[in-house]
Write a protein that binds this ligand. Structure first.
Ligand code: SF4
Length: 157
């Protein structure tokens, strides 16, 4: 079934991506009717098709949002811990603490293996290190990094 203005209708729903399903359905229905003649007898059919399409694009958008930080691809943000191998005693406190799997212990030392899993701005693991072997960029450096990346991506600064 053809729906005129499908992309715009879906985009309107995505503007309220955090809303409950019922609220999103109301938005989609209003936008659908604003752009299409929908007789009552086929409204349910239209909405079933539209809702299926919306759920698909919503899942894709959520996945994209989760792999970015404030609209910036996470891989471009150099925020993650570094482990000074000369200081690390291999106690594994950081490995056990970090639920994001940033650290891995091998050959008696901790190594950063998934740097971009690190939560941007968070330094809590550093306080668990008895050897003070973990370092991060400063928050001033992070602020400047984000400012320049926002500029690069044409995002609001
Ligand atoms: S907490 Fe510190 S000393 Fe212990 S494994 Fe991690 S980096 Fe090494």
């Amino acid at each position: 079934m053809g729906i005129a203005g499908l992309d715009q209708i879906l985009e309107k729903g995505l503007e309220r991506i955090d809303a409950a399903d019922d609220e999103q359905k109301d938005i989609l229905l209003a936008e659908l009717k604003a752009r299409n003649y929908v007789p009552g007898s086929v409204e349910k059919e239209y909405m079933t098709a539209l809702w299926a399409e919306f759920r698909k694009v919503r899942a894709e958008r959520i996945e994209k949002l989760e792999s970015s930080f404030q609209g910036i691809p996470r891989e471009e943000i150099a925020w993650f811990p570094k482990v000074n191998q000369n200081k690390c005693s291999g106690c594994t406190s950081c490995v056990e603490f970090c639920i994001h799997g940033v650290f891995h212990s091998s050959e008696g030392k901790s190594h950063v293996v998934r740097p971009h899993n690190c939560v941007v701005g968070n330094t809590t693991c550093r306080s668990f290190c008895p050897e003070k072997a973990i370092t991060f960029p400063t928050h001033a450096e992070l602020k400047e990094m984000l400012r320049s990346l926002r500029e690069k991506h044409g995002l609001r600064t």
